[in-house]
Design a protein around this ligand. Sequence first.
Ligand code: NAD
Length: 307
Amino acid sequence: MKKVLITGGAGFLGKRLAQAIDWADDILLADITEAENPHNGSRTTIADVSKPEDIARIVTPDITDVFHFGAVVSSGAEADFDLGMHVNLDGTRALLEACRALPYPPTVTFASSCAIFGSRGGELPSNAASRPESSYGIQKACGELLVNDYARKGFIRGVSCRLPTVVVRPGKPNLAASSFASSIIREPIHGHRATCPVNGDTKLWIGSVKSVIANFLKAHELAQAESLPTYRAFNSPGITLTIHEMVDALERAGGDPSLIDWDFDPSIDAIVSSWPAALDVSPELKIGFTQDTNFSEVIKDYVQIYG
Ligand SMILES: NC(=O)c1ccc[n+]([C@@H]2O[C@H](COP(=O)([O-])OP(=O)(O)OC[C@H]3O[C@@H](n4cnc5c(N)ncnc54)[C@H](O)[C@@H]3O)[C@@H](O)[C@H]2O)c1
């Protein structure tokens, strides 16, 4: 029996991951908010990973696979230091402890972020050391270290998958500093105004929902492999684009760029500028991770589903 727990299961990626899993007997979406329209068959529960009683309720002895998405995202963790530490660090540790207590080591796949690298300009080597420059990046880097050590000790079979900024995110923006990267495409496509808080020549490391979900599942598959690198973290391949290049692709897809208001926000710019704009992902591509080839295709996919 494959029994899956997805924390942050009411969120953007958690829900899409549940849709993509076709091998589970049971999927539980656990989140502090109720998941709207969960995938057929998924169960939902309100649970806060920073509360021990909630963790005890959702990490039942029959759980085989845990996908840990529940988090206070970038701008949220920067704005509320205590909440970020409590959920992203203490909550991750508590979840891992509960997994350690299970009769068999479950497979744990942790949603890390390219924010763990910090900004250093140019293309970073795939094994670049973590030097985060934001509270969120530091909490994700600590989460990776914990997952790695719990896996090394045999308490879990675990990996971290470092995600690029995922574009185009449907629906409402969240508290991620990168949320605008989706808004500047999504809103004009629907004929609405959007605000861009960074300069047009800012470079972003981005991935589509499709590639990120495929790569997260690839990381999960690798977590179960007999031999893994000593440090169990993979970079989900992204592509590098400037905001101007993204806006050009929007125009080619029929969106009106004049609906974008350019309103520089130093606090968002500081967080986004602390992330790398490019990573060497050749090791991941060799072992079966996927990479988007073309941003216009990414927009086309969005329009087909949500346009
Ligand atoms: N989307 C991206 O661009 C991106 C990039 C890098 C990393 N990530 C990581 O991927 C994961 C999913 O991101 P997303 O884009 O779906 O964000 P999201 O905001 O849509 O989902 C995160 C979910 O976590 C939930 N959550 C917050 N605090 C919680 C708590 N204490 N207990 C349980 N759940 C809690 C939220 O309610 C939300 O539904 C996050 O860990 C995020 O840091 C996302």
